[in-house]
Design a protein around this ligand. Structure first.
Ligand code: AHG
Ligand code: MN
Ligand code: MN
Length: 348
């Protein structure tokens, strides 16, 4: 018969040390999948592949100056912009990983002249800006990656590039990643907005802010003031209005402008206020691209209780006519975007 151990001997065995492991990006997406009827796990797998691409891009961003990755390739992209080595590297990594995933029927990128159909049907369309804020690469300021995911309407049919030309209201998931003091991914799959921070020691994204909400209003504005002379009269009037000396009503606003959409949008999402890249005489259709900059950002801001217009209409309702279609973009707190839109449309 085995000798009975005195009851209290067990109490001396310390409870299992369960480290407080946070919620990983994968846990979060899997939980969403389990709640979605008929989910197959393909979206979770797609996001895992994208997360791998982001971590590969990050590894090069962090060593850019040492890996001869600063500066230009010498080519010009379809936008007519000089291509930076990191633009090209980030694009190549995302293309490679997405094609390898088997889930992506169509890929659209800022760095591709036309959308690319994968060799297999693939359930999803992924549209991305592989490296946003390129002008900040060589001066070590915050840059990022932006992407949107849509579901193909007929996943078994041979993919066609025109399937990418869908309005932003059809997006099923959108995210941006910031390669900044920390590496942060802000993601929505239509169930609110959640922020994940990469633990570089573990190589995993962990939930750092759940249910991010954009404040109703804030005295902060973000715009390239250098374009003032080119704006419409309505936008110039708005610009004077936010600079008036009226502390009782939150004016003058503070001005912040990094010049990377991901950085200016993230600050606006967390602190509130407004980011605007309006149409101007130089860019009458706006500068930012609808499919892989404005739409993903608009989906995220609306999911966080914010707002996104082109200065008149809702961004997510705009029907694209081309992969690289540009649009004016006004993002931020509902009060501030509505006020801007009233000035821009002559109602004030
Ligand atoms: P990208 O580097 O992908 O071409 O994007 C640059 C965009 C966007 O990140 C930013 O908001 C805007 O360009 C800044 O434009 P200006 O330098 O004209 O202000
Ligand atoms: Mn960009
Ligand atoms: Mn870019």
């Amino acid at each position: 018969m085995t000798e009975q151990r005195p009851a209290d001997s067990i109490s001396h065995i310390p409870p299992a040390v369960s480290p407080s492991i946070g919620t990983t990006l994968r846990d979060h997406v899997l939980a969403g999948m389990r709640a979605a009827p008929g989910a197959t796990g393909e979206f979770t797998s797609l996001l895992s592949h994208i997360s791998l691409a982001i971590r590969i891009i990050l590894s090069r961003v962090r060593q850019a100056g040492l890996a001869n990755l600063l500066g230009y390739t010498g080519e010009t992209n379809v936008q007519g912009e000089a291509v930076q080595k990191l633009d090209e590297f980030a694009n190549d990594v995302l293309m490679n990983v997405l094609e390898r995933s088997g889930h992506c029927g169509i890929i659209g990128s800022e760095e591709l002249e036309t959308a690319r159909t994968a060799g297999h049907p693939g359930k999803y369309i992924v549209l991305f800006d592989p490296l946003d804020g390129s002008s900040n690469i060589d001066v070590c300021s915050t840059i990022g990656t932006i992407f949107a995911v849509l579901r193909r309407q007929d996943p078994l049919s041979p993919p066609s590039v025109n399937e990418a030309l869908r309005p932003g209201r059809d997006i099923i998931a959108a995210a941006y990643v910031l390669y900044g003091p920390s590496t942060v991914m802000v993601l929505t799959t239509g169930q609110g907005v959640h922020e994940f921070t990469l633990d570089p020691n573990v190589g995993e994204f962990f939930l750092s802010r759940a249910n991010v909400r954009c404040p109703e209003r804030a005295s902060m504005y973000s715009i390239n003031e250098g374009n003032h002379a080119r704006w419409t009269e309505g936008v110039q009037k708005w610009n004077e209005w936010i600079k008036r000396d009226d502390p009782a009503n939150g004016a003058p606003y503070n001005h912040r402008y990094v010049g990377s959409l991901v950085a200016d949008a993230h600050r606006t999402l967390l602190k509130g206020g407004i980011f605007a890249y309006p149409a101007d005489k130089k860019s009458p259709g706006g500068k930012l691209r609808l499919l892989y900059e404005a739409n993903p950002m608009a989906f995220i801001f609306e999911q966080a209780g914010g707002m996104a217009t082109n200065g008149a209409d809702r961004i997510l309702d705009i029907v694209p006519n081309a992969l690289h279609m540009r649009t004016p973009l006004v993002l931020g707190s509902k009060f501030d975007v509505q006020t801007f839109t009233e000035f821009a449309t002559g109602k004030r």
